[in-house]
Design a binder for this molecule. Sequence first.
Ligand SMILES: NC(=O)C1=CN([C@@H]2O[C@H](COP(=O)(O)OP(=O)(O)OC[C@H]3O[C@@H](n4cnc5c(N)ncnc54)[C@H](OP(=O)(O)O)[C@@H]3O)[C@@H](O)[C@H]2O)C=CC1
Ligand SMILES: O=C(O)C1=N[C@H](C(=O)O)C[C@H](O)C1
Length: 266
Amino acid sequence: MSIRVIVAGASGRMGQEVVKMIGQHDHLILTGGVSRSQKGRDIGEALGLAPLGIDFAGSVQEALAKFDADVLVDFTTPQTVKENMELAIQAGVRPVVGTSGLSEQDLKELEELCRERGIGAIVAPNFAIGAVLMMVFAAQAAKYLPHVEIIESHHDRKLDAPSGTAIKTAELITKNRPEMKQGHPEEEEVLDGARGAYYQGFRIHSVRLPGLVAHQEVLFGGSGQLLTIRHDSLNRESFMPGVKLAIEKVMELDHLVYGLEKILDL
Ligand SMILES: NC(=O)C1=CN([C@@H]2O[C@H](COP(=O)(O)OP(=O)(O)OC[C@H]3O[C@@H](n4cnc5c(N)ncnc54)[C@H](OP(=O)(O)O)[C@@H]3O)[C@@H](O)[C@H]2O)C=CC1
Ligand SMILES: O=C(O)C1=N[C@H](C(=O)O)C[C@H](O)C1
């Protein structure tokens, strides 16, 4: 079965990779891309999107009116992703979303919208299969080693902190770990933020540096032992098998799925 796809954020780092991936699979048909600015389109063309035949619209709304599609892939910004998803669901187009920044409340509202419209959607904080395994393994480890900290490291163009992956990891861990404060009960930060972001009793630390892509370590400490679960995305191709799988799977769904682990055979 052919699947027609619009890519929102097509001129971006992830969007370009998705456009390339779609071009490599006969059953995936790129019907259009979304880029707000001529600058974005020029960058897209300079990077070779034009030979793939991509036609651009200036907004998701315009793209949904202009291009026929079964699926909207969204890699845009935390500020725009919710509205893009709402527009797609209302138009009967299934969202496959990697953009970070959706809150628990946003996800509830989008879930409800999907239910009302009987339409599938996939939101995956991380499409790299290895990262999904890291999150699942971390959740398992937390049952036995509840003292945990997360350190995520990303390129310095990233807008949000902590990463969507770190938040999802923390959510999975808390399913297996009762809320429990860690560290010294009287610890004090001599410099604000030194202990990182607080999440149900444990800490999430965000590193931003040029040269990094997307990396995360989940550190567990027990009496006389340490466990480190680490994942590294060294390039953005690493996310593509997960994006392809989600585009295919979303066609079978009639509800919103949050997390790739829910559609993998784990
Ligand atoms: N789930 C996963 O596996 C992954 C998720 N991500 C997430 O994906 C998102 C995008 O990351 P990345 O590709 O690195 O970011 P980029 O900044 O490279 O790309 C974002 C694109 O979004 C477009 N954009 C920006 N603002 C708007 C807007 N207001 N409306 C519509 N489009 C807009 C821009 O295109 P233009 O200016 O042409 O409109 C830009 O090209 C982030 O949230 C990131 O965390 C990233 C990697 C993996
Ligand atoms: O901005 C990125 O690059 C990434 N964002 C996602 C996140 O916030 O977790 C996924 C991956 O870590 C890359």
